[in-house]
Design a protein around this ligand. Structure first.
Ligand SMILES: NC(=O)c1ccc[n+]([C@@H]2O[C@H](COP(=O)([O-])OP(=O)(O)OC[C@H]3O[C@@H](n4cnc5c(N)ncnc54)[C@H](OP(=O)(O)O)[C@@H]3O)[C@@H](O)[C@H]2O)c1
Length: 298
């Protein structure tokens, strides 16, 4: 199938190679040209403008956006959609907020273009060698593009979740689960580290990966990280976030679903980005005020 990838970053670049390896006719476009030069050397067709990219298609176009959510995705949609024909397919493969996706669907559909949301999991390696995709699409549109997902995903690694929006929704919740699972792993290793025992964390992660209940890809990644740096002494415990955990918690609050683990892991990330906590200062001051409890002075 002819398909264009817009955004040759960590994910888009590898998805383009994955598609090419699976026999698809891929055209790669990127905002800055160096990535296009690079992927052309790997045998993927390159386009240096949106016009050039759209001009390479013979028939119904399939355009896969793989850019950061929010303004970059909206900017690309605003640029590309007016240039598309009726029933060309635009796939947003990034981690967009499902509320944005639902709103975009109405606007894009009114212009005759078929819009699809595809949440992608499996990281960079997955994008390159076998991803997991959660897809929201109208049935006939999904039937047209299904060969793409059959080819780029691992076996049983894609799902037509339902109507447009359901792919990004399912991916959002997946990322909320991911926050909680990673936090539990982090906390477990912190208890091991604080203990009276001199444990080898790489070996612990390895044994937990062989036959245990908590064996997992995340635990394999923990094993790999401890192999590179046994005490992680070169890494600060500052944890970034791209919004999906926050959206999951917002949605849970809206639906009255209790999510203490996911919410807690989101708050841990927020706290990790602060050098000092004003709430901590206030509580320390209050304890000192009412009970004369000691405070640590700066
Ligand atoms: N990394 C992951 O593990 C992962 C997993 C699943 C989903 N995702 C999602 O996949 C999408 C891409 O992620 P990534 O990790 O590949 O990001 P990335 O490595 O930072 O690449 C971002 C890409 O978007 C382009 N871009 C950025 N701002 C743009 C703009 N305003 N207009 C046009 N193009 C723009 C960049 O072009 P330049 O080269 O010109 O900067 C680059 O090609 C995101 O929505 C992300 O949430 C990522």
């Amino acid at each position: 199938m002819q398909i264009a990838i817009v955004g040759l970053g960590r994910m888009g670049y590898n998805l383009a190679l994955n598609l090419k390896d699976n026999g698809h006719d891929v055209i790669g476009y990127n905002r800055s040209s160096a990535k296009v030069d690079e992927i052309v050397k790997e045998g993927v067709k390159g386009a240096y403008s949106i016009e050039e990219m759209l001009g390479t298609f013979d028939g119904r176009r399939v355009i896969w956006l793989m850019v950061p959510n929010g303004a970059p995705t909206q900017g690309m949609i605003d640029t590309i959609v007016p240039m598309l024909n009726e029933h060309d397919v635009l796939i947003d493969g990034g981690n967009s907020n499902f509320n944005d996706t639902l709103a975009r669907y109405e606007v894009i559909k009114a212009q005759g273009v078929d819009f699809v949301d595809a949440g992608t999991s499996g990281g960079i390696e997955g994008a390159r060698y076998g991803a997991c995709s959660m897809v929201g699409a109208e049935d006939d549109v999904f039937a047209f593009i299904e060969p793409i997902f059959r080819d780029i995903c691992v076996e049983n690694g894609y799902l037509h979740c339902g109507r447009v929006g359901s792919g990004h929704y399912t991916k959002m919740v997946h990322n909320g689960v991911e926050y909680g699972m990673m936090q539990a792993i982090g906390e477990g290793f912190e208890i091991l580290k604080a203990s009276q025992f001199d444990l080898d964390y790489e070996k612990v992660a390895k044994v937990w990966n062989n036959g245990s209940v908590i064996r997992s890809w995340l635990m394999e990644l923990a094993e790999s990280a401890f192999k590179k740096s046994p005490q992680l002494s070169d890494i600060r415990g500052v944890i970034g976030s791209n919004g999906e955990g926050l959206w999951t918690v917002e949605e849970a609050l809206k639906l009255n679903v209790p999510v203490p683990v996911i919410a807690g892991s989101l708050f841990v990330r927020n706290r990790s980005e602060q050098d000092e906590s004003f709430s901590g200062q206030v509580v320390a001051a209050l304890r000192n005020e009412f009970g004369g409890h000691a405070v640590e002075n700066k």
